[in-house]
Ligand binder design. Structure first.
Ligand SMILES: [Zn+2]
Length: 141
């Protein structure tokens, strides 16, 4: 890892500490554009905004998908204090961002927690294929 990349990760860790001081879970992230400048920063605000989806990685993935052209997004790197969760990883896959660099791994995070992770919600399906396929058919090229 380059000293520059470590600097961006340290900023993500500072944002994580700021999130905690604000009463939120301790996570922070930033996007660094193709020219090496910081485009935008975010903190977790799931508690203060009462929104379970307000992880910084998800906010930045949404921002990138709406504000960056595809070429710029592909050359943009997310630096984040912790490895993105499954929800954020799904958004990242749709964002067009080129790369993620994280400090804590998900496994390291779990080692720092006293409680367990979120329980999976049981899912049931597939069902009603002939009816459910109608609005989907032909949408995807
Ligand atoms: Zn997340």
């Amino acid at each position: 890892m380059t000293p520059e990349a470590e600097g961006f990760l340290r900023r993500a860790i500072e944002l994580a500490a700021a999130a905690r001081r604000s009463g939120n879970p301790p996570f922070g992230s930033l996007l660094v554009g193709p020219d090496g400048t910081v485009l935008v920063e975010e903190q977790n605000s799931t508690i203060t905004d009462a929104n379970i989806s307000f992880h910084p990685e998800l906010k930045l993935a949404v921002w990138a998908a709406s504000q960056l052209d595809a070429e710029t997004a592909a050359a943009t790197t997310m630096y984040t204090s912790c490895q993105p969760c499954e929800m954020c990883s799904g958004a990242l896959a749709r964002s067009g961002l080129g790369r993620v660099v994280y400090a804590l791994s998900g496994e390291q995070l779990n080692g720092l927690k006293t409680g367990g992770s979120f329980p999976a919600v049981p899912q049931e399906g597939p069902a009603l294929y002939d009816e459910a396929k109608v609005p989907v058919y032909g949408y995807y090229p």
